[in-house]
Ligand binder design. Structure first.
Ligand code: VG1
Ligand code: CO
Length: 541
């Protein structure tokens, strides 16, 4: 028997990046099966198709991979290419889908969310272009989850995923591949590995914190083995099912070990961290933190120094809450700059249409059209290549960038696990007052405009509404507010703060100080602390 009756589960709606739930929710009988079958149903079945499968090594990942293999076999898939041990970083999965001309892929990850039996798990479907399914597809998946009555699953013993090679599950081929090599080879094509080897040979020092998540094997192979960085450059390099208790979100709060090292007296020249599934990055110089929005702008301004982008960028795109630092670079380069809703799925059409080569988000995500996901190690290599080509350190590069373009002071304040009703009431109330905010003065700042962001995709014309509130102040400062779509507990309010200073004076302020007036004006307008009773944000980036 391969057909099993089932009934729908509530709440199988994919969020910003796939379906994320507490691991125990995913482990309920039929929960994963329902979602996978709904995905197959929504994409017109998998008969005769080739899929890529892998994840970030978190708890339940290998069990989930076995279930998906048996379901793909029962539904007639021709081949599933799976990373050894069910491991694939998100950018490596995207690359494999593209390189192997697969019809799509399934990524088992809750990305920057912690992992383990009491933490989070996730499943995400990617398209033939290697990118996350667009909203039209995630909505179709959700619709199918609500009407599901049965799923197909092959009754067979588990497949051996530890050894590289091919085996059969019924008529379907299971091809277990080395998760790292194709990705590392692609990096050699994009970057000047000779120059990077020279950099490390001359004594350049680096710390890469893989946070016990998936980038460890990739970083060891690329940085230590192929580029000759000292052994031990990569720390927390073994992926563990619970990430060793770490919260693999590369920001100053969660990557605190790296922060302490980089701000200390014996800091190496360069520091970086990545997240659970390897698509995020945080970069640091000795004593300097690079805000992700600034990192995107610096990469855009210097991309031509990297062999893979020597011909220049086609255009750039950033998510709406990301600072406008990259916009200034685009203007200087004479290229287009697109503003999209939060989430990498909105960049896919722009890249496929050849309109942009570089994309980024303020949430430590940067990437290019080499794949259709953001890519943590790629961003690290971009910085290393730029450092090698310019012969300058992070601090000098950043200072010169600010002198040339001015500085977009930027910070994000997150209020986590708020009661859902309270968060919704606060934002619904703000929506009702948006129109009347214009012209009001709050802590000395005059509101120039206030709206709710909606996006019309310039390639396929699809429309996405309610993508975040924007309050623009006279003088170019702004605050953006939206609720997270990746959390699994309560509501997380994200408050994005930005203020532009053209320079030459005032380029070296502490961002929290520089943004003080906007923080106070936001409190006056929205009343976050007053309404939630919180003394301040849980995470500041
Ligand atoms: C967050 C970030 C968003 C990012 C998404 C997935 O979404 O804000 O920029 O694309 O995570 O990143 P949200 O809805 O929680 O704000 V990852 O590395 O978790 O796939
Ligand atoms: Co991620």
């Amino acid at each position: 028997m391969t057909t099993h009756p089932t009934t729908p589960f509530d709440g199988q709606k994919p969020g910003t990046s796939g379906l994320r739930k507490k691991t125990a929710v995913f482990m309920q009988p039929n929960f994963l099966e329902n979602f996978v079958q709904a995905t197959f149903n929504a994409i017109g079945g998998v008969r005769g198709k080739t899929l890529v499968l892998g994840g970030d090594g978190r708890y339940f990942g290998t069990d989930a991979a076995q279930v998906i293999l048996k379901m793909a076999a029962a539904s007639g898939a021709a081949r599933v290419i799976v990373g050894q041990g069910a491991w694939l970083s998100t950018p490596a999965a995207s690359n494999l889908i593209r390189k192997r001309s697969a019809d799509g892929g399934i990524i088992l990850s809750a990305s920057h969310n912690p992992g383990g039996p009491n933490e989070d798990f996730g499943v995400k479907y990617n398209m033939a272009n290697g990118g996350p399914a667009p909203e039209s597809v995630t909505e179709a998946i959700f619709a199918r989850t609500k009407e599901i009555t049965e799923y197909a699953k092959f009754d067979a013993p588990d497949v051996n995923l530890t050894a590289i090679g091919e085996s059969h599950l019924g008529a379907m081929v299971v091809e277990v591949v080395d998760p790292v090599s194709a990705y590392a080879d692609m990096m050699e094509e994009i970057f000047d590995f000779k120059a990077l080897r020279g950099l490390f040979h001359e004594g350049f020092t680096m710390r890469m914190d893989s946070m016990c998540a998936i980038t460890g094997p990739y970083a060891v192979e690329i940085l230590e083995k192929r580029l000759g960085a000292a052994k031990g450059t990569v720390v927390h390099e073994t992926p563990l099912p619970d990430f060793g208790g770490m919260h693999p979100d590369p920001n100053p709060t969660w990557a605190h070990e790296l922060m302490v090292e980089m701000m200390g007296a014996s800091a190496p020249d360069f520091g970086a961290a990545s997240d659970g599934d390897g698509d995020r990055n945080m970069v640091l110089g000795r004593g300097v933190y690079v805000s992700p929005s600034d990192s995107l702008a610096v990469i855009a301004a210097n991309a031509h120094l990297v062999p893979g982008y020597a011909q220049g960028l086609k255009g750039v795109a950033r998510s709406m809450p990301t600072s406008a630092a990259v916009d200034r670079v685009a203007t200087a380069l004479g290229i287009d700059c697109y503003e999209t809703p939060t989430g990498w799925k909105f960049f896919g059409n722009l890249m496929d249409a050849g309109r942009v080569s570089l994309c980024g988000e303020e949430s430590f995500g940067t990437g290019s059209d080499h794949v259709r996901e953001k890519d943590g190690l790629w961003a690290v290599l971009m910085w290393l290549n730029i450092i090698a080509a310019r012969g300058q350190g992070v601090a000098e590069i950043l200072a010169e960038h600010f002198e040339r373009f001015g500085r977009n002071y930027y910070s994000r304040h997150d209020y986590e696990a708020l009661p859902v009703d309270q968060a919704n009431a606060m934002l619904n109330d703000l929506r009702d007052r948006l129109a009347s905010l214009k012209g009001t003065q709050n802590h000395g700042l005059i509101v120039e405009n206030a709206d709710e962001f909606a996006y019309t995709d310039p390639v396929d014309g699809s429309i996405s509404v309610q993508q975040g509130f924007r309050i623009l102040f006279e003088g170019g400062s702004r605050v953006v507010l939206r609720l997270s779509g990746t959390g699994t507990e309560g509501a997380t309010l994200r408050v994005y703060l930005e203020r532009y200073v053209p320079g030459p004076a005032g380029l070296n302020e502490d961002p929290q100080e520089a943004l003080g007036p906007i923080i106070r004006a936001t409190e006056e307008i929205v009343g976050i602390r007053a309404r939630t009773g919180r003394a301040g944000p849980d995470v500041i980036t």
